[in-house]
Design a binder for this molecule. Structure first.
Ligand SMILES: N[C@@H](CCC(=O)N[C@@H](CS)C(=O)NCC(=O)O)C(=O)O
Length: 204
């Protein structure tokens, strides 16, 4: 199996982190795609993913799977050891809830903030600076929400580390690119961030 990715891209990182947690990194080979150069918007790459984004997993039968969480789900079901998406119905639902919260209201907003304020992809989209700034300004509100939640919860979705932590952690790091970090007084968020940073998967 092969994953098309770009090492610095947050969505690629969350899949790598997921595989590292499950001890599956050696099951796949990685091929780098140069996003800035537009490799992902070529006609050839669109055959792999019509949405023209990475990561993309190429299966052994030559078919392609994209969307980070769909790729994670595939590995979770195929290799259930070290579950990261929950086992009981309740745990699965709670993890899904937090993973979606972190993706929709945090990762996507940081992504919009980056794309619309930096103009990094201005060859393929029209950056709207004001929209980017609105997104960047809204990020601290999500930091506060996470901080309040983490006062009661060891990890994002309960006592166990999960895919929701991966999405949130990768996004916290990516937010630094747009110079957005949680304020020092958010001690619960800091406690959680430092805890996740000790994991080996945080370094892949
Ligand atoms: N919802 C998708 C998002 C994928 C995505 O936005 N990937 C970014 C890199 S983090 C990308 O390929 N950007 C290139 C572009 O927009 O041209 C997923 O979960 O995989």
């Amino acid at each position: 199996m092969k994953i098309y990715e770009e090492k610095i891209a947050p969505n690629a990182r969350r899949v790598r982190m997921f595989l590292a947690e499950k001890g599956l990194l050696d099951k796949v080979e990685f091929e780098q795609v140069d996003l800035k150069a537009g490799d992902n918007i070529s006609a050839g790459f669109r055959q792999k993913n019509p949405i023209a984004k990475i990561p993309v997993l190429e299966m052994d039968d030559g078919s392609f799977l994209s969307e980070s969480i769909a790729i994670c789900r595939y590995f979770e079901v195929k290799y259930p050891k070290h579950p990261l998406m929950g086992t009981s119905p309740e745990q699965q639902a709670i993890i899904e809830m937090w993973q979606r919260r972190c993706e929709i209201y945090f990762m996507n907003i940081v992504g919009m903030g980056f794309q619309h304020t930096s103009g990094y992809f201005s060859d393929r989209m029209k950056p709207v600076k004001e929209w980017g700034e609105v997104c960047v300004k809204s990020i601290p509100k999500f930091f506060q929400l996470l901080d309040a939640h983490l006062a009661e919860s060891k990890y994002i979705a309960g006592d166990e580390f999960s895919v929701a932590d991966i999405t949130a952690y990768v996004t916290m790091d990516f937010a630094k690119v747009i110079r957005t970090r949680p304020s020092e007084d958010l001690v619960n968020l800091k406690r959680w961030y430092d805890l996740v940073s000790t994991r080996e998967s945080a370094r892949v």
